[in-house]
Design a protein around this ligand. Structure first.
Ligand code: GLY
Length: 569
């Protein structure tokens, strides 16, 4: 179906209502972390593609223009809604552990977790899943050939795009690691000088890798020329991947987690994401409270207490469901949530020490999210990642593919926090072929009147950002307001509320302290932090007004949400 460009504004309505309710959206809406990726999605929709083809275009273009966050060398989760069948499907394209990645490989000589191995270079990288997801999306869900949907990414990789501040600054942060690898230097340095803001960034080798994927599908990445180069690059850097491990990669189709929350049907990410189970716990704990009627301090207190309890369960119970027996039915059960709620004091913090542990710092995060809805009502929420800023820093020579450092998301040393300050035990211990626990949480919300797709990057804070976004939609906010909401977070350990500066009204910080909460960041003298979290991208369809709108996180100056209307049939 061809779309006419009617608007580039974040909200637009058309009259396709029936008895006061639209039966399908008036066009398409896409929000992503980079305007070029959003445009690539519309290019494919205009060429006759559906939301799934657009997802291939957006995802692959993000891999080209946002290498700080995600790429072919990483993985992702894709939550799909097929309007024709009404079915929701979750594609798990998470990386998995190579057989060489035994826990002892990640310890230093004193037996401590060695971030040099878990966050940098070949040992930090899991076997990538994103290329397989692109193939699966196109072949099983799209209506255009894979090559057509990859064309915008290939073109941009050849022609280049302007380096933006976050990309250049991120490279400076990671340069010491990245310049160790000749394949990375070739891409990010010219004559010994690093990329700078405003440079045109071309990636001919990545374009070639994408062309092989477009031409040969799965085998174009996981076997043949690209696979050989990946294996050689990992070996040269001291790692030990095998050809069999690459060619054995498969996307797994999983059943999404689904539950009701105050009249919304919520559909979200199952393990190996920790997001869906945590959302089910938190939202079902919070359901009976009339949060809008409470003062801010009590509202934040209750939300934080729900976070504390859900993240404690994340630590002990969650991992790859193919390797770990997860008590999912219990954790997502309303009665379980009610039991947890009963342990919350209405105006006293529950010390996490009662549940044990010690504070740890949080580091920067990467990852990216996009949300799509098309004129037929198909939806995609895609969250994809190479983990930390620029992943492992390693590009195997000649591929343009920056490998992830997702191994750090395993509990490599039981009870020792990873880069996000979250830890784990046996449920998330590394094993050959096992997928590391993730926080990526692409989510759908659907009520009688509205449909929303949302998600964000942010490491362990992803889940609480999605939670706050959902509470925002439930409170009646629009998509852009949801994306802009101030953020706070608690993850059981460290036992403190972390908050963006400006997150709380004056006085709330003191009131929370008086309840026994410890705070970091927030709004008052001595707590201020200019650090901003996340990059929430959301689309919303209001069936009553037949309006599509988008929310693109204002914290990210290169992100973009757009709506294009379909011609009236
Ligand atoms: N690497 C971030 C996540 O998957 O949660």
């Amino acid at each position: 179906m061809a779309l006419a460009l009617c608007s580039l504004s974040p909200a637009f309505a058309a009259d396709s209502t029936q008895a006061g309710k639209a039966t399908h959206p008036p066009g398409a809406a896409i929000a992503s972390g980079h305007a070029l990726a959003t445009d690539a999605g519309f290019e494919i929709i205009r060429a006759g593609g559906n939301a799934f083809d657009a997802a291939v275009a957006v995802s692959s273009t993000l891999s080209v223009v946002e290498p700080i966050s995600s790429g072919l060398g990483g993985g992702g989760f894709f939550l799909l809604h097929d309007a024709k069948t009404g079915k929701d499907v979750f594609l798990d394209a998470r990386e998995y552990a190579p057989a060489s990645a035994t826990p002892d490989q990640y310890l230093d000589k004193d037996g401590k977790l060695d971030p040099e191995r878990s966050q940098n270079g070949p040992w930090s990288a899991g076997i990538p899943g994103l290329p397989a997801a692109l193939v699966e999306l196109a072949q099983k869900h799209g209506r255009l050939p894979l090559a057509a949907s990859l064309a915008p990414a290939i073109r941009i990789a050849h022609e280049g795009f302007p380096v933006y501040a976050r990309m250049a600054g991120g490279y400076q942060q990671r340069r010491e690691v990245m310049r160790r690898y000749p394949g990375t230097r070739e891409v990010y340095e010219r004559g010994g000088k690093p990329i700078a803001e405003g440079d045109t960034f071309r990636q001919p080798e990545l374009a070639h890798t994408l062309e092989l994927l477009a031409e040969k599908g799965f085998d174009g990445f996981y076997r043949g020329e690209t696979a050989k180069k990946l294996l050689a690059g990992v070996r040269q850097a001291g790692g030990r991947w095998t050809a069999d491990e690459l060619s054995a990669y498969r996307v797994k189709q999983r059943t999404p987690i689904s539950f009701d929350f105050r009249g919304w049907k919520v559909t979200t990410a199952p393990p190996p994401s920790s997001g869906g189970i945590a959302l089910a716990e938190m939202l079902q704990i919070l359901e009976p409270y009339d949060l809008q009627k409470l003062d801010e301090a009590h509202r934040v207190h209750l939300v934080v207490e729900s976070m504390r309890r859900a993240y404690r369960d994340r630590t002990f119970f969650l991992g790859d469901p193919d390797f770990t027996d997860i008590p999912q039915d219990v954790l997502t059960n309303r009665d379980y949530a009610q039991g947890l709620r009963a342990t919350i004091h209405p105006d006293r913090a529950t010390p996490s020490a009662l549940l044990s542990g010690k504070p740890t710092p949080l580091e920067d995060e990467e990852t990216t999210h996009f949300s799509i809805i098309d004129a037929e009502g198909n939806r995609v929420g895609g969250t994809q990642t190479v983990n930390l800023l620029y992943g492992s820093g390693l590009i195997p020579k000649g591929t343009g593919v920056l490998l992830n450092d997702e191994m750090d998301d395993f509990a490599l040393k039981p009870g020792t926090p990873n880069a996000f300050g979250v830890m784990g035990y046996e449920a998330n211990a590394p094993k050959p072929g096992k997928r590391m626990l993730s926080s990526m949480t692409p989510t759908f919300m659907e009520s009688a009147d509205k449909v929303a797709v949302l998600g964000t990057p942010g490491g362990s804070r992803i889940i609480t950002m999605v939670l706050l976004g959902m509470l925002g939609y439930d409170a009646g906010l629009g998509a852009q307001e949801v994306a802009a909401l101030p953020r706070y977070h608690h993850q059981w350990l460290p036992d403190l509320i972390q908050a963006e500066s400006g997150a709380f009204a004056p006085g709330t910080t003191q009131a929370l302290r008086a309840m026994g909460h410890e705070l970091q960041g927030g709004d008052e003298a001595g707590l201020g932090s200019s650090h901003r979290w996340g990059n929430l991208q959301t689309v919303e369809w209001d069936k009553r007004t037949d309006t599509l709108s988008t929310g693109s996180d204002p914290r990210n100056p290169v992100g973009a949400g757009k709506v294009e209307l379909a011609p009236v049939p």
